[in-house]
Design a protein around this ligand. Structure first.
Ligand code: MTE
Ligand code: MO
Length: 205
């Protein structure tokens, strides 16, 4: 049995009303005829998939909570898409592969260790609660990493790079915590533990 919603909130989080929209920069346009998805780096078989090819991969459904670093949480989202494990199965990461970088429209990037990406609740999603994602929520494709703050759940994904060494993503470079575990309140890579005043912390917009 699931605990009541309040008890499922990580420290410092509150329930969002509806589903907020948070991102940096413009919402990209989407053309199914030119869109593609690239997987490269530390892999035996690099791949370049068309939209139709991506959508014909075996799909999964995952029910998970979503925690934004701005302290809003959305519980019980049913995501539908392709699991990261099946993408890995397609390209066969080499023994040296230990990190992943998710690449998005307009250069947004999010980095994660492969151990986190290969968790069974991680997927590239195109639908939530039975509806296609709206463009503002990442259509045609977004990453979903339920166990990390939502800036790692990158919208408008276009590729995945397997890497031997870690590299910082868009928000990680701007002071957000590299690990981003909401249950440990890993919001910023500096400041919060030292009582850094809020105005010095990086902001969403
Ligand atoms: N490409 C891209 N993905 C992004 C962002 C962004 O700026 N660009 N913002 C992230 C942040 S900080 C959050 S909280 C979530 C919000 O997702 P939502 O707008 O669907 O709620 O998207 C993440 N994915
Ligand atoms: Mo966020």
């Amino acid at each position: 049995m699931k605990a009541e919603p309040r008890l499922r909130l990580p420290p410092g989080q509150r329930l969002a009303r509806g589903w907020p929209v948070l991102h940096y920069g413009p919402i990209p346009s989407f053309d199914p005829n030119t869109w593609n998805f690239r997987v490269w780096g530390e892999v035996a078989r690099p791949a370049l998939l068309t939209y139709a090819e991506f959508r014909s991969l075996p799909s999964v459904k995952v029910v998970a909570d979503f925690h934004c670093v701005t302290k809003l949480s959305v519980l019980d989202n049913e995501w539908e898409g392709v699991s990261l494990r099946s993408i890995a199965g397609l390209v066969a990461p080499t023994a040296a592969a230990r990190f992943g970088m998710v690449h998005c429209e307009h250069g947004y990037e999010a980095n994660l260790p492969l151990t986190a990406l290969m968790d069974d609740d991680v997927l590239f999603a195109w639908a939530r609660n039975g509806e296609p994602l709206q463009p503002m929520h990442g259509f045609p494709l977004r990453l979903v990493v339920p166990k990390r703050y939502a800036w790692k759940s990158a919208k408008w994904v276009r590729g995945l790079e397997f890497m031997a060494e870690d590299r910082l993503g868009f928000w990680e470079e701007r002071g957000y915590h590299n690990d981003a575990d909401p249950w440990r309140e890993e919001r910023y890579s500096f400041g919060s533990a030292l009582g850094c005043p809020a105005p010095l912390r990086p902001r969403l917009r």
